[in-house]
Design a protein around this ligand. Structure first.
Ligand code: ATP
Ligand code: MG
Length: 444
């Protein structure tokens, strides 16, 4: 149910500009960031149009508190740049302006116009599509109505005018918001062809908002899914972060599997998850764990989720290598190396995450060793916590680790002295060098 549903249902019909006056929706300026209000009022004062748009309007209408605020305007990026000293133009595919207020960034986009039939504009380099229809560049400017139909989903194409408090809906977004529907604007096949990442966005918002995917929006996915192979690895990684690090990872995972899209992010791991219950269980547990941590405002790292996603692949490969005579640690190291090498062909995992992933995997072997000084000192290792959490995850998923988790739970609660003693390392802590005794001199 829409938290702040309009008092009257707006006139039905898509592709008609519906204007919803202030007394028929409950967006309040109180819930809008001061910085966004400032940007919009400055633009309006200079004679431009300026609206709050996208996720912020959607979330305000759902009664939520948006985390970021995007503004759409008819001012060109250069004009916006000139109006705000604290701003810079970013992007090539889409030129947008970031206006900075301390740590907050307001993203200002100029209304997009039609690009497909506009050959003059294409020739001038404002808009470009690949042979397969992928939109390479889209900097043709237009009106609010044109901008609305260039957006991805109907619920993401609502505009709020903070000057006279009206909401503008050109694509039936309000109706879909009320019906809890995720619907791509226009013809889904064409829109996915222009930008295949929109399929991932459909999944992300359906999971996050707990909305139903509309039939045509859903149906076109199977035929277009392969286009995701054209997306550069860096963009896929950005999308991966939004999919799995926003607090709805578990629901997102289920949907990615249901629509058979996970394989385009993680080909081998995705397949294994479909085939093996345990492989899926460990990933599911990692997702749930991450969601819970985000809900509790605890820090999370993509390395942990990524380590879980690839674990079934790494583990199977490491075992196979051991069967061929490689020592366990070498086998694990090589398997980890290979798994990462393969996956970065599709999705660009930065080294600052792939390194800890490898450490988490290799630590799983070190945790098997319960005896000796090494075991006692492992608890103080900077990667211990993540590796221990990962071990518990594996157990939660039904892997038999010989009760290792319980051992390390108890063991880490002990002091180093006690651990050394229990691990059979003699106790007494690190053997401190005794201060060399002064040679006994003559008694004074
Ligand atoms: P979030 O709360 O996750 O930020 P959002 O809806 O604001 O959600 P953004 O990724 O910040 O999502 O994008 C801002 C807006 O830009 C979207 O609401 C949508 O209107 C438009 N948009 C983003 N990506 C695309 C795309 N690939 N194709 C078309 N429109 C897009
Ligand atoms: Mg946003």
């Amino acid at each position: 149910m829409l938290d702040c549903a309009p008092v009257e249902t707006p006139p039905q019909g898509r592709n008609r500009l519906n204007v919803i006056p202030r007394d028929q929706h409950c967006i309040s300026r109180k819930n809008i960031s001061d910085s966004a209000l400032k940007v919009m009022s400055r633009l309006r004062a200079k004679g431009f149009q300026a609206y709050l748009v996208g996720g912020a309007v959607r979330d305000l209408l759902l009664g939520g508190h948006p985390k970021d605020f995007d503004v759409a305007t008819d001012a060109t990026p250069d004009a916006v740049r000139e109006l705000f000293r604290n701003s810079r133009i970013i992007g090539r595919r889409f030129r947008i302006v970031h206006v900075r207020f301390g740590r907050e960034i307001i993203e200002v986009t100029t209304f997009r116009g039609h690009h497909d039939s506009d050959e003059a504009a294409q020739g001038a380099g404002h808009s470009r599509q690949s042979a397969s229809g992928l939109l390479l560049r889209d900097n043709v400017f237009g009106t609010l109505e044109e901008d609305a139909v260039r957006r991805d989903l109907t619920v993401n194409a609502l505009y709020y005018d903070a000057g006279n408090f009206e909401v503008f809906d050109h694509v039936g977004g309000l109706e879909d918001l009320q019906a809890k529907k995720i619907r791509v604007i226009g013809d889904p096949t064409q829109r996915y062809t222009e930008d295949p990442v929109r399929m991932l966005r459909v999944i992300r918002f359906a999971a996050r908002l707990d909305f139903q995917v509309e039939r045509e929006t859903e149906r076109a996915i199977a035929g277009c899914a392969g286009l995701l192979r054209e997306i550069p690895g860096a963009r896929l990684f950005d999308e991966f972060l939004k999919l799995f690090m926003s607090g709805y990872a578990e629901a997102t995972l289920e949907k990615l599997l249901a629509y058979d899209l996970l394989r385009y992010l993680f080909p081998e791991a995705g397949e294994r998850m479909v085939e093996e219950e345990v492989a899926l269980a460990v990933v599911r547990a990692a997702m749930r764990n991450t969601d819970q941590r985000i809900a509790q405002d605890k820090p999370v790292t993509p390395a942990f989720i990524l380590a879980a996603l690839l674990w079934p692949v790494v583990q199977a490969d490491a075992l196979q290598r051991q069967e061929h005579g490689e020592p366990p640690m070498v086998a694990m190291h090589e398997a980890g190396q290979d798994a990462i090498g393969d996956v970065v062909q599709h999705i660009a995992i930065p080294r600052r995450f792939s390194q800890p992933m490898r450490e988490i995997w290799e630590f799983q072997l070190r945790l098997q060793n319960r005896r000796g000084r090494r075991a006692a000192e492992l608890v103080d290792h900077r990667r211990f916590r993540a590796a221990y959490d990962f071990l518990l995850l594996r157990e939660q998923a039904g892997e038999d680790t010989g009760d290792l988790g319980a051992f390390w739970t108890g063991f880490q609660a002990l002091s180093l002295e006690e651990r050394l003693q229990q691990a059979g390392s003699g106790g007494g802590g690190r053997q401190r060098k005794r201060p060399r005794r002064r040679r006994a001199g003559p008694e004074r």
